[in-house]
Design a protein around this ligand. Structure first.
Ligand code: KIV
Ligand code: ZN
Length: 501
């Protein structure tokens, strides 16, 4: 069996998705989750792009054990130096150098001729090899590059010391058969290709990133670059969970390859990335969408009850998806709650369990059936709150069609209640202004979304928002059966996050 190397670029290309900025603590949290998931390489950032990125890659290189830690660099000495400075602390490090080889990029972006590009590619790889034995080279926009020139560059960088050559479909232009053929002809036309791992990096502009990656594997690629939930530049990158599960589910086709991903962790990591980036996963998203394993029509439900495989090609539990049934209610005891939390993969301290239990009881008074999604939402809320400065206590709202909404809000600061009154454009705005008065922090709301965690009129509402304050931007979530309370909780979570940075 041959191994497919999973190169995760959630923290680099994924973070390049417009609006998906993560702070260093969040990046580290995701890196830990990726290591637990079993990825082989973590592309942790683009160190030359900012001091923050350099420090963050450094931090990940120092803390994460297991995967190779990789930093991105253009084919420029300063970039390579910065990448080396950041990844050198990792037990196993990699530097990933890229330089465009398509006519369109060379002419308009780089304003350089082929000979110059070839020279820079070779020099940059040789320079990188002085610091690092594991060097990846990407001829950017490879899928739109002239094939003969691409072969020449690939051969030259391998001779210069590149150990992995990545063939990016930078603008998501390729079509599966064509892209598979590109990998095949590279193998046939580059004499020293056996000395390097062929990697693929597909973007999803035509919705073909996963299909292209799979076709490339069939034709000999042995590393796949991908992101959790498929986040990334523009329409995103190839989605890791889809590639991994396609290989696993269609063993009849992918009979000679396997990945080392612990698929049971997929759902948890997907949720974490969604929570921290603020990018909501579409309900119908393959593998990790909330509807991915739900059967609505009677015929389907009947079929699944008789024999799961009638309508299920993947066992939900194989990807850690547990949100299928009613789990707990008002009469469920602490023991049942503890057991369910453990089954969901949460390892909580006594203090955390007490807090979750408190919120669970409050929720059970308002909501008959508590689903796994409700529990996950409470746990995520509470764990963040325990380490926090400000806690939500209560609110009273006076709002209607002909009056200016007014909020009277109470928060707790180190267990001391503090209240304020404020008006606003709407009830949520009035509450946020009251929070600003109490905390003395002026928050600027940059994004606000609300969605129901489960179905039914009594469903938990989950608010995700992006807040700017004290020159920092963070994303946070809050949940409650009351959407105003969920909004206030999310807003306070964001302020607490800002205070903790
Ligand atoms: O899409 C792309 O070409 C990239 C390279 C840096 C590999 O992200
Ligand atoms: Zn990319």
């Amino acid at each position: 069996m041959e191994k497919i190397i999973i190169f995760d670029t959630t923290l680099r290309d994924g973070e390049q998705a417009p609006g998906a900025s993560l702070n260093p603590a969040e990046k580290l949290e995701i890196a830990h989750a990726l290591a637990d998931l079993g990825v082989d390489v973590i592309e942790a950032g683009f160190p030359i792009s900012s001091k923050g990125d350099l420090d963050s890659v450094k931090n990940i290189a120092k803390s994460i054990k297991g995967p190779v830690i990789c930093g991105l660099a253009r084919a420029i000495k300063q970039d390579i130096d910065a990448a080396h400075e950041a990844v050198k602390y990792a037990k196993n490090s990699r530097i990933h150098v890229f330089l465009a080889t398509s006519k369109i990029h060379m002419q308009y972006k780089l304003k350089k001729a082929e000979e110059e590009i070839l020279r820079l590619a070779v020099e940059s790889v040789k320079y990188t090899r002085k610091f690092c034995e594991d060097v990846e080279f990407s001829p950017e926009d490879a899928s739109r590059s002239e094939r003969q020139f691409l072969f020449k560059v690939v051969e030259a960088v391998i001779n210069a010391g590149a150990t992995t050559v990545n063939i990016p479909d930078t603008v998501g232009y390729a079509e599966p058969v064509e892209y598979g053929d590109l990998i095949k002809v590279i193998k046939e036309n580059v004499p020293n290709i056996y000395r390097a791992v062929i990697s693929v990096h597909c973007h999803n502009d035509l919705g073909l990133a996963v299909a292209n990656s799979l076709e490339a594997i069939k034709n000999g690629a042995r590393q796949v670059e991908c992101t959790i939930n498929g986040i990334g530049e523009r329409a995103g990158n190839a989605s890791m969970e889809e590639i991994v599960m396609a290989i696993k589910t269609r063993k009849d086709i992918f009979s000679n390859v396997e990945t080392q991903i612990n698929t049971h962790q997929i759902h948890k990591v997907s949720r974490l990335v969604s929570k921290l980036t603020g990018f909501v996963v579409a309900p119908n998203k393959a593998i990790v969408g909330s509807n991915a394993f739900r059967h609505e029509s009677g015929i389907h439900q009947d079929g699944v009850l008789k024999e799961r495989s009638t309508y299920e090609i993947i066992k939900p539990e194989d990807v850690g998806f547990t949100g299928t049934g009613i789990v707990l209610g008002k009469h469920s005891g602490r023991h049942a709650l503890n057991e369910r939390l453990k089954e969901l993969g949460f390892v909580l301290s006594q203090e955390e369990i007490d807090k979750v239990n408190e919120r669970f009881k409050e929720l059970a008074d308002k909501k008959k059936n508590i689903f796994d999604e409700d529990l996950i939402s409470i746990v995520e809320d509470e764990i963040k709150l325990i380490k926090s400065t400000w806690r939500f206590e209560s609110f009273v709202i006076n709002s209607g069609t002909k009056i200016i909404p007014e909020a009277f809000l109470t928060l707790k600061f180190k267990n001391k209640p503090l209240s304020a009154k404020s008006s606003g454009d709407g009830p949520v705005d009035a509450c946020f202004k009251a929070v600003d008065k109490i905390t003395g922090i002026k928050g600027e709301l940059q994004d606000y979304r609300i969605e129901a965690v489960t179905k039914g009129k009594d469903a938990l509402g989950e608010v995700s928002l992006k807040l700017k304050a004290k020159g920092r931007v963070v994303t946070a979530r809050g949940s409650s059966t009351d959407i105003i309370e969920a909004s206030v909780r999310a807003y306070i979570n964001a302020l607490n996050k800002i205070e903790s940075l």
